[in-house]
Design a protein around this ligand. Structure first.
Ligand SMILES: [Zn+2]
Length: 470
């Protein structure tokens, strides 16, 4: 069956329903008991459920945070996971972000690409399957979350009591398919020393980075000294010799030094130049106070040039998912306050993270550092040869001429919520990525193509029992 023409017939209805969803401002706001992440996200959820009811499907709302639309009968369940909350519109739009418009073949509105467009595409794949009145071998459920952009409260609550699908996909990333996502942890390496800051040059503060998942592009240190000019001269020479970029500013007996690096995403630290590491390297060359010396020495040992976790003893390389990665995104030092290195570490399946972390913690004791504020998400991985992957991929390839292999990523997608879930669309190879940006947009053509591919996938799984022969 060629589903392209069938989907094309539905275009006016798809557009109408999508426009209704896009018109709801579903940014998370202060919650109430009846709307835990705000009225907007809840209204968007109710809107989706109303489409399901209108079209004769079974719906359910779960704790006003999530819900589902279900089609078919049987013991087994196939899941599709989308979300209807959006990030704030921000400024600089050419149109009203919550008044969708079509211009030059693009639908423009906040959330059209992430994730309202793809969610509607998946919904219509279900609706068309229903209208075709074919016999289905299992149930299919569109699970709708309202807090993906913040804390995933929606799926946490949902899967507490609701059934876990046997397999599924999340239309919340890109084609062809993402089947592995690294484990992710952030923690602070907090300095616990009570050494007195005695020395020629006293370090008052270090300030670098705001976000754990970004490589900091600048790092600043403030030093106090009776010989500020010594520091300045050393710094000037240092910049000359290394060719690195920096600035300084003298004020009485204090000097503020700034090093410049290059920003990059925390999942690819080698693509950036970590300014905090550059600063650490410089501070190592001056006669600094005893307390700061310990902090800098620790950085030299564990942080500088640590891109893969080897220096922590938390590292592993997987043949498909690649190596573990470390980004020290935040560095703070205070003369008489909290001082720490803030780390974002990602790792592939196969690493015993708990054991590695325990080993690392033992090494820290003698340095007077401790691990604090740890968050952790385990890696997510579905076998590349899983029939689910094969069927989704075949469905995608039937309607595109793209042979790109499925891949794994360092970041996380919504798909990881499902035990046997992969991310599948809805951005195409040549789509403009406008997620979370002003003038967010999606081609009408891409919306229809994604719907067609999802319909094909559901047809293959629920009607043909996973048979991929053409
Ligand atoms: Zn999303």
């Amino acid at each position: 069956m060629d589903f392209r023409s069938i989907v094309k017939e539905y275009e006016p209805k798809i557009m109408e329903d999508l426009f209704g969803l896009l018109s709801i401002d579903s940014v998370r706001t202060e919650g109430t008991k009846d709307a835990p992440v705000g009225q907007g996200p809840k209204d968007a959820l109710l809107y989706m459920l109303s489409l399901g009811e209108r079209d004769g499907m079974v719906t359910k709302i779960v704790d006003n945070l999530a819900g589902h639309i279900e089609l078919g009968e049987g013991k087994d369940l196939f899941g599709i996971l989308g979300h209807v909350d959006v990030v704030p519109a921000g400024s600089g739009w050419d149109t009203d972000p919550f008044t969708p418009e079509v211009k030059d073949g693009y639908i423009i509105a906040r959330g059209v690409q992430d994730d309202k467009g793809p969610t509607i595409a998946a919904y219509y794949a279900m609706k068309i399957l229903k209208d075709l009145d074919l016999e289905l071998n299992q149930r299919v459920r569109l699970i709708i979350g309202t807090d993906e952009e913040s804390d995933w409260e929606c799926t946490k609550v949902y899967f507490k009591n609701e059934e876990m699908p046997g397999a599924g996909f999340a239309p919340d990333a890109e084609f062809p398919l993402i089947y592995g996502e690294k484990g992710m942890t952030t923690f602070d390496l907090v300095f616990k020393s009570d050494i007195e800051p005695i020395g020629d040059h006293v370090l008052i503060s270090i300030d670098s980075g705001e976000r754990y998942n970004m490589v900091p592009e600048s790092a600043q240190a403030v030093l106090k000294s009776t010989h500020v000019e010594d520091i300045v001269n050393t710094f000037k020479n240092y910049l000359n010799n290394t060719g690195e970029k920096g600035d300084f500013e003298v004020k009485d007996n204090e000097v503020s030094i700034t090093m410049y690096g290059k920003s990059a995403h925390g999942s690819t630290p080698r693509e950036g130049v970590n300014a905090a590491m550059l600063l650490n390297n410089f501070l190592k060359t001056i006669t600094i106070d005893d307390r700061a010396l310990k902090f800098i020495a620790f950085g030299d040992h564990f942080i500088v040039d640590n891109y893969d976790g080897k220096q922590f003893g938390i590292n592993y390389t997987h043949n498909e998912m690649g190596e573990s990665s470390v980004n020290t995104g935040v560095v703070k030092y205070a003369y008489d306050g909290e001082s720490y290195y803030g780390v974002n570490l990602r790792y592939p399946v196969g690493l015993d993270f708990k054991a590695a972390l325990e080993g690392f913690k033992k090494k820290l004791d003698i340095h007077h550092f401790e691990v604090e504020n740890l968050t952790h998400m385990v890696p997510h991985y579905v076998d590349k040869n899983d029939p689910l992957v094969k069927t989704l991929l075949a469905s995608y390839r039937k309607y595109t001429d793209d042979d790109t292999e499925p891949f794994t990523i360092g970041g996380g997608t919504y798909a990881r919520v499902m035990e046997r879930g992969v991310a599948f669309g809805a951005m195409f190879k040549d789509s403009l990525d406008t997620m979370h940006q002003k003038n967010e947009r999606m081609k009408v053509e891409e919306l229809l193509l994604a719907t067609t591919i999802y319909l094909e996938a559901l047809f293959r799984i629920l009607v043909r029992g996973g048979n991929n022969e053409d």
